[in-house]
Design a binder for this molecule. Structure first.
Ligand code: IPM
Ligand code: MN
Length: 351
């Protein structure tokens, strides 16, 4: 039985609660023939800024690099003043992650605007409009610099085509579309999106079995709402992907179930797409599913496919049964009750 070392960065708000729930689910795997985990918890986020003066201590980043994988809760980045640290930016740059993988899939038993959505947004996360290069021109004007490089675009495109291939080759594919849609605004962003699309087209040539198409961001946003079943893998620059992945989450089962993983060649970290939910933090009522599903992505990334399938299946079982649900899903279960139900379903699956 393999043991993996996990660096946990619980962060702020509901982050500590939901990462605790995910750990309990991960710990259940060892009672089957699954892997076991050791955890190393480190500070990061707004609370860390308040206590230590910096939101992303070097020691936390080093611990993240030393672990087999990283599980992150949520971070209140909006509260961190300029110069106070940029935990998500530091993680994404420091761990050299190529892109964030953000699946959106309707889940049986959970009401959602679309029953047909089953797609993955592969979003570049280190540059683009979120390059963090901004300057004040004068009192009345400020600029943000949209940086696009061939290296990051190529890395992200490759991850998108790898995702499309993996989805096509999955044993029980829900949708066999084999399609990558690259999103752009080439009519306006001629140089930056010109380079991004050129990199994507070059990578596409290595994947003749995957259909490659492009969409303007505005048209893509509308088509996602009108015809979500069209999409398989959506390849996007940073800000466009940020928005489209929330549209995907909204069309599927909401942010309470939206998971993500930031994957690079050496390191990877996994986090729910949702934020810190300060209104319910500390009350024990947050939906732990997004973090549990992010942990499942982590387990899959570690090569433990059967265990990842079991966790995803257990979450699906509980949601389909419908009797244990947190408030965001229309129920009144606590995070602990939801986690216990998922653990029981997982135990039933892994024997
Ligand atoms: C996300 C979040 C972050 C991002 C914010 C909090 C910086 O919105 O991961 O989608 O856009 O990078
Ligand atoms: Mn976002």
């Amino acid at each position: 039985m393999t043991t993996y070392s996990i660096c946990v960065l619980p962060g702020d708000g509901i982050g500590p609660e939901v990462t605790d729930c995910a750990r309990q689910v991960l710990n259940t795997l060892a009672s089957g023939a699954g892997p076991s985990f050791t955890y190393d918890t480190h500070p990061a986020g707004h609370g860390t800024f308040l206590s230590d003066g910096h939101a992303m201590p070097e020691t936390s980043l080093d611990a993240a690099k030393a672990a087999d994988a990283v599980l992150l809760g949520a971070m209140d980045v909006a509260q961190i003043p300029p110069g106070g640290g940029d935990p998500l930016g530091d993680m994404r740059k420091g761990l050299e992650v190529g892109a964030s993988i953000r699946p959106s899939r309707a889940i049986a038993g959970v009401a959602s605007p679309s029953d047909d959505i089953d797609c993955v947004v592969v979003r570049e996360v280190t540059e683009g409009l979120y390059s963090r290069i901004e300057y004040q021109v004068d009192a009345d004007a400020a600029c943000a610099v949209r940086v696009i490089t061939r290296a990051a675009s190529t890395k992200t495109a490759r991850l998108a085509f790898e995702q499309a291939t993996a989805r096509q080759n999955a044993p029980n594919p829900t949708h066999i579309k084999g399609r990558v849609t690259a999103v752009h605004k080439i009519g306006v962003l001629k140089l930056t999106d010109g380079l991004f699309l050129e990199a994507a087209e070059t990578v596409a040539r290595d994947y003749p079995d995957i259909e490659f198409e492009t969409r303007n961001i505005d048209a893509c946003a509308m088509e996602m709402v009108r015809e979500p079943e069209h999409f398989d893998v959506i390849l996007a620059t940073n800000a466009f992907g940020d928005i489209l992945s929330d549209i995907g989450a909204g069309l599927a089962a909401g942010l309470g179930l939206a998971s993500s993983g930031c994957i690079g060649e050496r390191w990877a970290y996994f986090e729910p797409v949702h934020g810190t939910a300060p209104d319910i933090a500390g009350k024990g009522v947050a939906n732990p599913c997004a973090t549990i599903l992010s942990a499942a992505m982590m387990v899959r990334h570690l090569g433990e496919t059967a265990s990842a399938d079991s966790i995803e299946g257990a979450v699906a079982d509980v949601l389909a049964a419908g009797d244990v649900r947190t408030g965001d899903l229309g129920g009144n279960a606590t995070s602990a009750e939801m986690t216990d139900a998922i653990i029981a379903a997982l135990q039933a699956r892994i024997g």
